[in-house]
Design a protein around this ligand. Structure first.
Ligand code: HEM
Ligand SMILES: *[C@@H]1O[C@H](CO)[C@@H](O)[C@H](O)[C@H]1NC(C)=O
Ligand SMILES: *[C@@H]1O[C@H](CO)[C@@H](O)[C@H](O)[C@H]1NC(C)=O
Ligand SMILES: *[C@@H]1O[C@H](CO)[C@@H](O)[C@H](O)[C@H]1NC(C)=O
Length: 514
């Protein structure tokens, strides 16, 4: 046991660090160490506060276990931020981490960001892709390969998207209407309007919506020709997240020893379905020409960016196989939040009726006119951002908060923690869309708190979420339709982290037709 062989002076140093941090924390609890690019002494890595790691192999996993294991990672991180301040270091398993939760430190990570910032790769997933020789899209890529993909995706999904968002979202309208009709029927059939299997419904809706945007109106035909369906993809996606979590919370040797068959089976099947759909779509496009209205984003990428067929397979397979969880779970958190806040439902409805007209089918074009709907969405992402941790793996040593953070550390931005910090948001636990409309003021000074720079549900910088606009607009349309059709009720639920933010147990949602 290495821990027992620690030389005495290391222990003394540790004790000294504790005493120093303790004294500092009394003197100035929110102390952000001065970083001076112009000559101030940079503090050494070992000086970054954090729990003492007595077991080098396990890291601080035992403390994490006391909180309830990896599912309670957020509580563990919060408690350490509380104890050590805005920057601390720890080690979980073999990986060393520096956690930060202050906007000034986020700035320090993103300002000097290299052209190809790197995310920490999950070793078990990586081993899996390698074993099966699977090439993944931009989320998993690095370097020049990443850059070309990112440029195309950012152009298509973020930059010029404004020009055709309307077409895209109007094509999704019938899919959303189908979901509302389904829920109307369900709510009449069940006692108290309880919607059974609401998770499956949310997944199916998002998969249908993104398939429509990607492949256009023929997506169901493409899927059936590829031997799958929206229903199957949804139930596979739900099981897959649990398997991914199991895979990555175990060392790869143990994980493969367990024979995580579900992971193998569903990942491979979904990726294969994705590739087949793209091939079928490309063939159909080649045969008929077609238009972007008919064939969605795929047509645009092929014709505007001259992407090769293989590039399209790589970038768009992920659209079939992944990103279902973030969005589908967000729909659940939206229903939950609306259900807990009847006044918010009423305000949204009033806004729609005033700005549009009562009963109007809200479409993409209306969204710019609905600021309260907009901020409801922002508030959902503040409290229930499904991607709670933004991760960077520096290729060089960096200076963060005045400390030398060496390249063997992964840096995690605990955005979930800054989203709930009372220094940036008054009454942070409260679901309060009005806070973004200038209602939020400091109780004592009357100042509006500057919260935007503490708010990062989609990450930031060069690897910020490429689907941010799609996600935002889809959420807004979803909220508008739900509120127009139903009064929502929900029961309190605990949260857990399974890579993404999940309800701990079934979400109990009741929908009552208006
Ligand atoms: C609720 C919805 C969503 C949330 C909360 C979310 C959140 C995130 C976050 C936090 C990241 C990492 C950003 C960073 O490291 O700085 C990310 C990356 C990414 N997201 Fe999303 N996302 C959502 C929906 C979507 C959708 C709908 C798409 C696709 C249309 C998408 C595509 C991507 C891609 C491609 C990346 C990787 C970007 C890169 O590595 O350059 N996301 N997302
Ligand atoms: C499109 O790419 C192909 C190769 O992938 C190339 O042969 C062709 O010249 C390119 N066309 C344009 C207009 O850039
Ligand atoms: C919605 O929120 C975004 C992000 O804060 C903002 O840029 C945009 O102007 C808002 N739109 C409306 C209609 O309020
Ligand atoms: C950071 O620490 C590494 C490893 O000890 C060292 O090589 C590097 O020079 C240090 N950088 C700074 C700026 O102190």
């Amino acid at each position: 046991m290495e821990a027992l062989e620690l030389p005495g002076f290391w222990i003394l140093l540790k004790i000294w660090t504790w005493i120093r941090d303790f004294v500092l924390s009394l003197a100035c609890p929110s102390l952000i160490p001065d970083t001076d690019k112009f000559g101030a002494k940079i503090k050494a890595t070992w000086e970054i506060p954090g729990p003492t790691i007595w077991r080098p192999v396990l890291g601080d996993a035992l403390t994490l276990n006391k909180f309830g294991g990896p599912e309670k990672l957020l509580d563990y991180i919060s408690s350490l931020h509380e104890k050590y301040g805005p920057i601390f270091k720890t080690k979980l398993g073999p990986q060393k981490f520096v956690f930060i939760n202050h906007p000034a430190l986020y700035e320090e990570i993103f300002r000097p960001e290299p052209n190809y910032p790197i995310r920490l790769k999950l070793p078990s997933s990586e081993a899996f892709y390698e074993k099966h020789k699977i090439d993944r899209g931009i989320f998993c890529r690095d370097g020049k390969e990443f850059c070309r993909g990112r440029t195309i995706m950012a152009e298509v999904l973020l930059k010029v998207a404004g020009q055709y968002m309307e077409t895209l979202f109007d094509s999704v309208d019938p899919v959303l209407k189908r979901l509302m009709d389904h829920w109307t029927t369900m709510s009449m059939e069940t006692k108290g309007g309880h919607i059974r299997n609401i998770e499956q419904d949310c997944y199916e809706f998002f998969i249908a919506a993104k398939m429509t945007m990607t492949y256009g109106q023929h997506y169901e035909t493409f899927l059936s020709q590829a031997g799958s369906s929206v229903k199957t993809l949804a139930s596979e996606a739900i099981k897959l997240n649990a398997a991914t979590f199991d895979l990555n919370t175990h060392p790869i040797q143990i994980a493969t020893g367990f024979g995580l068959k579900e992971y193998d089976e569903y990942t491979l099947k979904n990726l294969e379905t994705g590739r087949k759909c793209i091939d079928i779509a490309l063939e159909t496009m080649a045969a008929t020409g077609g238009s972007s209205e008919e064939f969605g984003l795929l047509h645009r990428i092929k014709n505007v960016y001259n992407a090769s067929d293989e590039e399209m397979r790589v970038y768009f397979t992920d659209m079939t196989a992944d990103i279902s969880d973030q969005v589908s779970l967000t729909f659940l958190w939206i229903l939950f939040s609306l259900g807990r806040n009847p006044d918010v439902q009423e305000k949204i409805l009033q806004e729609i009726e005033q700005v549009c007209r009562p009963g109007k089918n809200v479409v993409y074009k209306d969204l710019q006119k609905l600021p309260y709907l907009n901020t409801t969405c922002k508030e959902v992402f503040r409290l229930f951002s499904t991607a709670q941790l933004v991760i960077r793996k520096n290729s060089n040593d960096v200076v963060l908060g005045g400390y030398n953070v060496t390249a063997d550390y992964a840096v995690i931005l605990s955005s979930f923690s800054s989203h709930k910090n009372p220094s940036f948001f008054s009454n942070p636990e409260k679901f309060w869309p009005g806070r973004w409309l200038g209602e939020e003021r400091d109780v004592d000074t009357g100042e509006v708190k500057r919260s935007e720079n503490a708010y990062y549900p989609f990450g930031m910088g060069k690897r910020m979420c490429a689907g941010k606009l799609l996600a935002y607009n889809l959420m807004k349309l979803f909220i508008a339709k739900v509120v127009q059709a139903f009064v929502v009720e929900s029961d309190e639920v605990q949260k857990k982290l399974k890579i993404m933010l999940y309800p701990n147990g079934d979400m109990n949602i009741r929908l009552k037709s208006r």
